[in-house]
Design a protein around this ligand. Structure first.
Ligand SMILES: *Cc1c(COP(=O)(O)O)cnc(C)c1O
Length: 224
């Protein structure tokens, strides 16, 4: 399926008006598809798999901002630390420590979002409210000088129940507003929530960064 350019332009126009950033989620898609959006001026792409991201990074233009949005294992941070633009799925302090360590090795300060568990499914990763609060109100955060915590990321339940999704997004926005006060310097400015099926609702509830894949690139095929 070809890249849906009209859809991209429609979504991008709407998001620009709302001051929401679009991350084009290109996991499993060939670089030809990414190149289509790149040629239209798009630079922010989201990937879920370390090896795939590393491969694409070597093949694509260097001014792309690569967002790692999947579940990241600590032992793989080193492969993406030299170039990744933002890591969305920071779901433990152990992972944060490793990103800090690899950031130092690469001579970089790496932008991160803390992932918060808002969905009803057990399988989704992330901090719960109390753990998030404990980390942010501790003095440990300041020691991680090679990471910059830019905000929060969350995934709503896999459900069509709009009131459930609405509650989950609202919860995440509340955590975001509360956590913001831990960063008086203004660095904490990003709330990444919303995907193809629920981005409009997420924006209505306060998202300023959405991660959209299948609406732009078509359904993913995991069988090949
Ligand atoms: C795959 C993925 C997306 C994009 O999903 P679509 O439904 O295709 O828009 C967004 N966020 C994360 C974390 C993902 O893994």
């Amino acid at each position: 399926m070809p890249v849906n350019i009209e859809q991209y332009q429609t979504i991008q126009q709407k998001l620009l008006a709302d001051h929401v950033q679009l991350i084009a989620v290109s996991k499993t898609k060939p670089i030809e598809d990414l190149q289509v959006l790149y040629d239209l001026g798009h630079r922010a792409f989201g990937e879920n798999y370390v090896q795939e991201l590393v491969d694409k990074e070597t093949m694509m233009p260097k001014d792309i901002q690569w967002h790692f949005i999947g579940h990241l294992q600590s032992n793989k941070v080193k492969y993406i630390a030299p170039f990744v633009y933002m890591i969305h799925g920071v779901d433990s302090e152990k992972l944060l420590q490793e990103i800090n360590k690899q950031g130092a090795k690469a001579g970089r300060v790496i932008d991160c979002l803390l992932q918060v568990h808002i969905a009803t499914e057990e399988t989704k990763f992330g901090f719960d409210g109390p753990a998030l609060h404990e980390l942010l109100s501790s003095n440990r955060i300041g020691q991680y000088t090679n990471v910059r915590i830019r905000g929060l990321m969350g995934m709503a339940s896999f459900s069509e129940d709009q009131s459930l999704l609405s509650t989950e997004f609202t919860t995440l926005k509340l955590y975001f507003d509360k956590a913001k006060s831990a960063f008086p310097n203004g660095q904490f400015d990003t709330l990444s929530m919303g995907m193809s099926s629920d981005y409009a609702l997420a924006i209505a509830k306060g998202s300023n960064m959405v991660r959209i894949g299948s609406l732009l690139f078509g359904a993913r095929n995991y069988t090949k």
